[in-house]
Design a protein around this ligand. Structure first.
Ligand code: S3P
Length: 169
């Protein structure tokens, strides 16, 4: 166990916002694996999906996780919404540290991400249907990967932050 705190959950659940706030509170460095991938590739996630396809992106996610398990400790890490889908990634997440699943409903995701153009998987005419389908498929895997589950629906960001801080003690 590398002693990190890892935030997982669906797109729009608040991993990045929460990760940044946590890093201030706990005085730990914050890392976002999507950002690491974009930096390394020199292009956005959307561009990577468009040019190389999803599978290529998924391989990059696993590679980054492998590297982090070798090099990273005592940090706050946020991973992309699809990272816990691969079994090998779930193992790597566990190795990395304490995994916190920020759980939200499809309605919350829809409200938060309406009009967003940066998530290639949610583009198209029926984003709500897509969100529901993906969440249904992923829910049990998020739960399997998690040490702790924290629900965000109907809560203020500050409340969620307090709950997260509580389990980080
Ligand atoms: C994805 C989530 C995104 C990003 C990519 C794929 C997913 O990250 O990794 O668009 O499969 O759920 P966020 O969860 O940070 O939006």
């Amino acid at each position: 166990m590398n002693n990190n705190i890892i935030l997982i959950g669906f797109m729009g659940c608040g991993k990045t916002t929460m990760g940044i706030r946590l890093s201030y509170k706990l005085r730990r460095q914050f890392l976002d694996t999507d950002k690491l991938i974009e930096k390394r590739e020199g292009r956005s996630i959307s561009e990577i999906f468009e040019a190389e396809g999803e599978e290529y992106f998924r391989r990059l996610e696993t590679k980054i996780l492998e590297e982090l398990t070798e090099s990273c400790s005592h940090q706050i890490i946020s991973v992309g919404g699809g990272t816990p889908l691969r079994e090998e990634n779930r193992k790597l997440l566990r190795k990395l540290g304490k995994v916190i699943y920020l759980k939200v409903s499809p309605e919350t995701v829809y409200q938060r991400l309406r009009g967003d153009r940066t998530r290639p998987l949610l583009q198209g005419d029926a984003p709500m249907k897509k969100i529901q389908e993906l969440l249904e498929k992923r829910e049990s895997l998020y739960e399997e990967a998690a040490d702790v589950i924290i629900t965000g629906d109907g809560k203020k960001q500050d409340e969620v932050l307090l709950e997260v801080l509580e389990v980080c003690r």
